[in-house]
Structures are given as C-alpha cells and as structure tokens.
Design a protein around this ligand. Structure first.
Ligand SMILES: C[S@@+](CC[C@H](N)C(=O)[O-])C[C@H]1O[C@@H](n2cnc3c(N)ncnc32)[C@H](O)[C@@H]1O
Length: 264
C-alpha cells in the first residue's frame, strides 16, 4: 500500500490520537491571509485537525481529501459548520471548476502532494495575492535518558524518523525542520519564483502523553503503519515498556512549524 494511503485504515485512531495545531498558528495564518470573506482551500484535510479550528473562526473551507475513511470522519467533525465543503480526491486530480481561493492550507500533508506539480496546483488554485500556509508538528523529547532508551529500541528494529528521535533541545528557535527536511519547503517555493513574502514561524507547546496515548499516536503515523503488523506490535510493546519504566509517559515539546507565502 502506498504510504500516503495508510491513514484511512486507522481513521478513528488518527482522529483521537493526533495532536491538533496551536490557536496562535491559526490566528497567524488568518492574519497573513486577510481573507475578507473569501474561502480557503485545504489540501489533505484528513479528519479535520486543522479544518475545525479554521471553520470555528468562520472561515469558509473547501477540504480536499483522497481517503474516503478519513473524509467520513472529517464530515462528522465539521457537520456543525455549514461553510465547510468536503471534496473527495487527491489534490492532483481535484478540479477547481473555476473557483479561486484566498488561502491554501496544508496541515502535515504538503509532502504527500506530487513534488513535480504541487506549486503549479497551488498557484492555479489561488487568486493573485492569495496565501499559502503549510504546517507540521515536529516534536522533541525533553528527557535525555528516556530519549536514549527509546533510541535503543528504534535502532534495534531499524525504525528511522520516530517522533521521539530528536531531543527538544536540538531544535533551537529557528523554524526549518519542515517534516524533518531542513530548508524545505521554503527553498522549493523560492525556486518556483511565482510566490513572494515568504515567512517561517515556529510555535512551541509542551505536551505530556501517557503511555497509552503515545502508543496510539505512534500507531497513527505512516512510518509505523507500513511496518509488518508483527513487527509493529513488537516495537510498540517495547516502546511501552520503556515509557512505563520512565514514569509512565513522555514529556515532549511540539514545534508547530508554519511556512507562509503568497502569489505575486
Ligand atoms: C498526515 S495526514 C494529515 C491530515 C490532517 N491535515 C491533519 O493535520 O491531521 C495526511 C493527509 O493527506 C492526505 N493525502 C495524501 N496524499 C494526498 C494528495 N495527493 N492530495 C491530497 N491529500 C493527500 C491523506 O489521505 C491524509 O489524510
């Protein structure tokens, strides 16, 4: 199964276990976009982790989501907001039908869109001056001993890029670890040349997960979903033992990294 399509098999778990986005991030995006009543387009809306806070502030939204199981939860989560419309399909196949938007949002999803086409698609969906807001929630572990113990489990099983792979202290204040890739998507957007006013903002939030909640979060991540089920169970069980031996949970720092740009 393609890695981008693994979320739907755990749509309810995803919805329960994944963190949302900081209120301050939503406010920053809306201030930058200055929509003035125009609608926003959300790419890869999933179950609505970002859609709901934008809709709750009155933003009219068209949410594009290719996985029908994610879209079902998204419809349920946004049912009370009449300004939200869910459209089924990948962004690459989506048809605007002549609509142009004041803002394109992608929350933890831009990396799934075809790298050859994503900036063309964004450009074509937006009005002149329309904003792009791409964001992710990378995080780091606060306790060095716990970090080392989790790294030992991951190394033994060949797990690369777990959310606890980095210490919070290694992040610093400068955004630029978008989806774990330094300089992306800023450099890619700059090279495209059709966007201006590029900005990067980092929001920090401390968060504690108890063991059960953290395991649910891990199980919702694509890098764990693509593991053979037996291996996934083993890694999660060993991770649980480590967390239980370190106080029954994990203290993390979430860095909501926001990238902004607008069409020239
Ligand atoms: C990690 S989830 C993020 C969901 C949600 N935005 C959030 O922040 O929780 C990635 C989402 O992107 C969707 N996706 C994958 N490929 C896509 C594509 N080509 N176009 C649009 N969405 C895509 C997946 O179905 C999934 O719902």
């Amino acid at each position: 199964m393609a890695r981008a399509q693994v979320f739907g098999e755990v749509a309810e778990l995803y919805d329960a276990a994944r963190p949302g986005y900081a209120d301050a991030l939503v406010a920053e995006v809306l201030a930058y976009a200055a929509l003035g009543g125009r609608a926003a387009l959300e790419v890869g809306a999933g179950t609505g982790k970002a859609s709901v806070p934008f809709a709750a502030l009155g933003t009219p939204l068209v949410c594009v989501e290719p996985d029908s199981r994610m879209a079902e939860v998204l419809r349920r989560n946004t049912v009370r907001y009449p300004g939200v419309r869910v459209e089924h399909g990948g962004f690459e196949e989506w048809r605007s039908g002549g609509r142009r938007f004041g803002l394109l949002l992608a929350a933890t999803s831009w990396h799934w869109v075809d790298p050859e086409r994503r900036w063309d698609l964004a450009h074509d969906a937006l009005v002149p001056g329309g904003a792009v807001a791409l964001f992710w929630n990378p995080q780091g572990v606060r306790d060095a001993e716990l970090h080392a113990a989790l790294a030992e489990v991951d190394q033994r099983h060949g797990i690369v890029g777990a959310p606890h792979a980095e210490m919070a202290s290694t992040y610093g204040d400068v955004p630029g670890n978008w989806a774990g890739v330094p300089g992306w998507p800023e450099e890619e957007c700059r090279r495209d040349g059709r966007f201006t006013d590029l900005r990067a903002v980092r929001f920090r939030q401390e968060r504690r997960y108890d063991t059960g909640r953290y395991l649910g979060y891990l199980a919702s991540l694509s890098r764990y979903r693509v593991l053979p089920p037996d291996l996934r169970e083993q890694v999660l069980a060993e991770t649980a033992r480590v967390l239980e031996a370190h106080g029954g949970g994990i203290d993390t720092e979430h860095f909501s990294d926001l990238f902004l740009a607008r069409v020239r």
